[in-house]
Design a protein around this ligand. Structure first.
Ligand code: ZN
Ligand code: ZN
Length: 346
């Protein structure tokens, strides 16, 4: 089968190759991949700025159909429409974090698409416990966004926990930011979304999703907008989803005393921000990374209830042969979420 493979360590070394079809062993499920989303992590694997273990097939955000189940599999049947919890592909199963379902922190963990083979190909084989059935009403395209939506759900529901009546500043309208917004809007939380001039299309998308207000911080004063929206008090919560210094600075300034900030964006370097505001305003600052199986159960329930739809976040669907174009769109922040399909008959 054809697959997008990182075939050697270092920068680049990524190409479409012919690889053997994976075997479905005991306790495992073989999935025919329908769609796999391009994520910043895939770009980092190409650029070698994220740990990777070549030779390895890239891609971890996917949906498809179970086409074979190994011995001992009872919860999944062939023909099931599924998506996959990709981060726990290799775990020890014994450490403090594995035992509590917080696999992200298992010291031996390796995820799909960088640590073990991923889903920019036709078939993937995973453990049964990684498989989640897609609700009837949800398309394969939308279900390919389950993984980033789980990361957004973890940031909003597990970590931030906004309450009715809260006003939230969401800084950074990238894919994770917009997925957070989908949830916040479905919860009835008033959300101000801030971005840059280059984010204009994404800010427009945020407006259509139901943001209370969108702000291009290069042409408008964000703090003035926040002041007006909160009668001078500041927002209850800020979610930083851009991974930029200026954005975190805005969050620190916009949030009211005793407010909370969730850091969901990754800076990739040291940043210089006025952290004294944390003390002077007695703020709480949380980090959010990944998700747990409990988050995924919640995601499938949210999908099944039908209040959150994700179709509008998918800007392009490209065949595997056009992977460079898909990665470039993600790199240049063109569109929102780009999917790759290996179902193009090539
Ligand atoms: Zn991802
Ligand atoms: Zn472990």
């Amino acid at each position: 089968m054809r697959a997008l493979v990182k075939h050697a360590p270092g920068i680049g070394n990524v190409a479409i190759s012919d690889v053997p079809e994976p075997e479905c062993g005991e306790g495992r499920v073989k999935i025919e991949v329908h769609f796999c989303g391009v994520c910043g992590t895939d770009l980092h694997v190409v650029h070698d700025t994220f740990p990777n273990y070549p030779p390895v097939i890239l891609g971890h955000e996917f949906s498809g159909v179970a086409v074979e189940v190994g011995r001992g599999v009872s919860r999944v049947s062939t023909g099931d429409r599924v998506t996959v919890f990709p981060a726990s592909a290799v775990i020890c199963g014994k450490c403090l974090y594995c035992r509590s379902g917080n696999f992200l922190f298992c010291p031996t963990r390796r995820g799909m698409g960088h640590g073990v083979n991923g889903a920019f190909t036709r078939y993937a084989v995973v453990r049964e416990d990684q498989v989640y059935k897609i609700p009837e009403s949800f398309s394969f395209e939308e279900a390919a966004l389950s993984e980033p939506f789980a990361a957004a759900t973890h940031a909003v529901c597990d970590i931030t926990q906004p309450q009715p009546g809260d006003i939230v500043l969401l800084s950074g309208p990238g894919p994770i930011g917009l997925l957070c917004l989908k949830l916040l809007v479905s919860m009835g939380i008033q959300t101000i979304v801030a971005g840059l001039g280059m984010d204009n299309a994404r800010l427009e998308c945020a407006r259509q999703i139901g943001a209370a207000r969108v702000v291009n911080v290069e042409s408008e004063s964000l703090l003035e907008v926040v002041r007006q929206a909160t009668e001078g008090a500041g927002t209850h919560i800020a979610i930083e989803a851009a991974g930029s210094t200026a954005s975190l600075r805005n969050c620190l300034e916009a949030v009211r005393p005793m407010g909370r900030i969730t850091q969901a964006g990754i800076f990739g370097r040291n940043v210089d921000v006025p952290l004294d505001l944390l003390v002077h305003k007695q703020l709480q600052l949380f980090g959010s990374v990944g998700y747990t199986p409990r988050t995924w159960d919640r995601v499938m329930n949210v999908f099944a209830h039908g209040k959150v739809r994700l179709r509008d976040l998918i800007s392009d669907v490209l065949p595997l042969s056009k992977w460079e174009q898909a990665f470039d769109a993600c790199d240049k922040k063109r569109g929102i979420k780009v999917l790759i399909t290996s179902q193009d008959g090539e």
